[in-house]
Design a protein. Structure first.
Length: 94
C-alpha cells in the first residue's frame, strides 16, 4: 500500500516576468496587482532596473509580502524575488 503523501506537499503558484524596467510606479502597480489577482505565491522579476537601496525600500512598501532584491549595475539590470503575504519563506543562509 502506497503512503499518503498529501500531508507532505504544499501547493503554491510561481510566475516569472521579464519587466524591462519597473521604475514607473504605474507599471509596477500593474504587475503587483496582476500578481495579487492571480494569487501568485512566488514572483521572479528580471530586468527590474532597480539600482538603489532607496528604490528597493520604496518598492517593498508597495508589496504586501517579503521581497529580496539584487540591484542592477551598468552591465546587469536587477532582479527581484517577491513572496505573497500568504507564503512564508524560510531562509537558511545567505
Amino acid at each position: 500500500m502506497a503512503a499518503d503523501r498529501s500531508k507532505d506537499t504544499i501547493d503554491f503558484k510561481i510566475v516569472s516576468f521579464n519587466c524591462n524596467g519597473l521604475r514607473e510606479k504605474a507599471k509596477r502597480s500593474r504587475i503587483f496587482k496582476l500578481c495579487d489577482i492571480n494569487s501568485y505565491d512566488v514572483v521572479f522579476l528580471q530586468e527590474t532596473h532597480i539600482n538603489t537601496l532607496t528604490e528597493s525600500q520604496r518598492w517593498e512598501s508597495e508589496w504586501p509580502g517579503k521581497c529580496f532584491w539584487s540591484h542592477g549595475t551598468s552591465q546587469s539590470r536587477g532582479v527581484g524575488i517577491l513572496f505573497s503575504k500568504r507564503f512564508k519563506p524560510v531562509v537558511d543562509s545567505v
